[in-house]
Design a protein around this ligand. Sequence first.
Ligand SMILES: Cc1ncc(COP(=O)(O)O)c(C=O)c1O
Length: 418
Amino acid sequence: MTIAANTLESMATGFDVHKIREDFPILKQHIHGRPLVYLDNAATTQKPQVVIDSLVHYYSSDNANIHRGVHTLSERATEAYEQARASIRSFLNAADASEIIFVRGATEAINLVAQTYGRTHVGAGDEVIISAMEHHSNIVPWQILCQQQRARFRVIPINNDGELLLDEFEKMISPKTKLISIAHVSNALGTINPVREIVALAHRWNIPVLVDGAQASPHLEVDVCTLDCDFYVFSGHKVYGPTGIGVLYGKAELLDNMPPYQAGGDMIASVTFEETLYNRLPYKFEAGTPHVSGAIGLGTAIEYVKAIGLQNIAAHEHTLLTYATAALLPIPGMRLIGTAKDKAAVLSFVLDGIHPHDLGTVLDQEGIAIRTGHHCAQPLMQRFGVPATARASLGLYNTTEEIDALVAGIHRAREVFA
Ligand SMILES: Cc1ncc(COP(=O)(O)O)c(C=O)c1O
């Protein structure tokens, strides 16, 4: 059954997970004498050899500061950096590469929008709407903004499956609403939110929508033109790229009218002591020497993912999710947190009588990496009445055999704590 599921899939789609695993050197190792089973992909993903090679190549052959130099290395580095931006433009189907801004990650992108667009468009008595399933990165920047501006912070409730209550959302929108910020996919539940519908509703009131795509970009095809969202953010390290690099997409007319976030080199057109004129997009938002190698590595990761095909990745992960859900549910005392109809590859759960941290520790002894805790979503944990969950999150290189190992590990933990 187990081997057949992977093999059948590879015959049907050409997606060969065992071949893909060969691209990821880290997966070849043993942990505590067992083959590593890496199921913590929502926290960060592993890197294929091509991404590692692109970083080594950059530092071995092309390293230079960008945009300012006339020498060959600087030209090469600039070209590679801008090529990465072009790859990301096509990955998101943005209208223009100038709408792609390199940042440190989803967190920085959200803070950027809050402190630039937010500070200039949200005033006293206005409202910002988020949802009950947001990551702290999509809560705290808005809380701070609302405190700064004396605005009101509102939260779309969810049902017991972890789905947004869209009727409630519709009732919340009013002329006071100045911005909506919503996760595309929840990191703690796996829920895929109907962002296209949310954007359409918001746009009836001319309200811009930021979509937090940190957990969507590795799993779903994203088309910012079809979604018609105003901002879209994601982190490179969750989509098989390096840490410390991420992307803010914004519609050009919004970005053009926003003040800069940080000030310094490269974000200027001209400086005198009397006046500074800002650079054009996207450079207005890329002050200082950027994370050149990170951007190049991310560009390579995006090309890697595109070559495999997000549809193939989504289909593979859906097979795994269905398999894992069916395998976990019969375990005595198992409660899945996050049972939305539309779900990406996240399995959050609690087990009667075993604290998630204890479960995580036992699984680690078996070579299995999962995450335990509040997943930077404390209000969501409160909503479900649990302090923490265990979370297995899947990626393109995971297999049904690894799900079997997880289930066996959970049974072992139950024996230990019986
Ligand atoms: C839904 C969501 N948003 C935002 C973030 C923040 O990402 P980063 O820490 O890479 O900035 C995460 C990270 O887990 C996330 O899952």
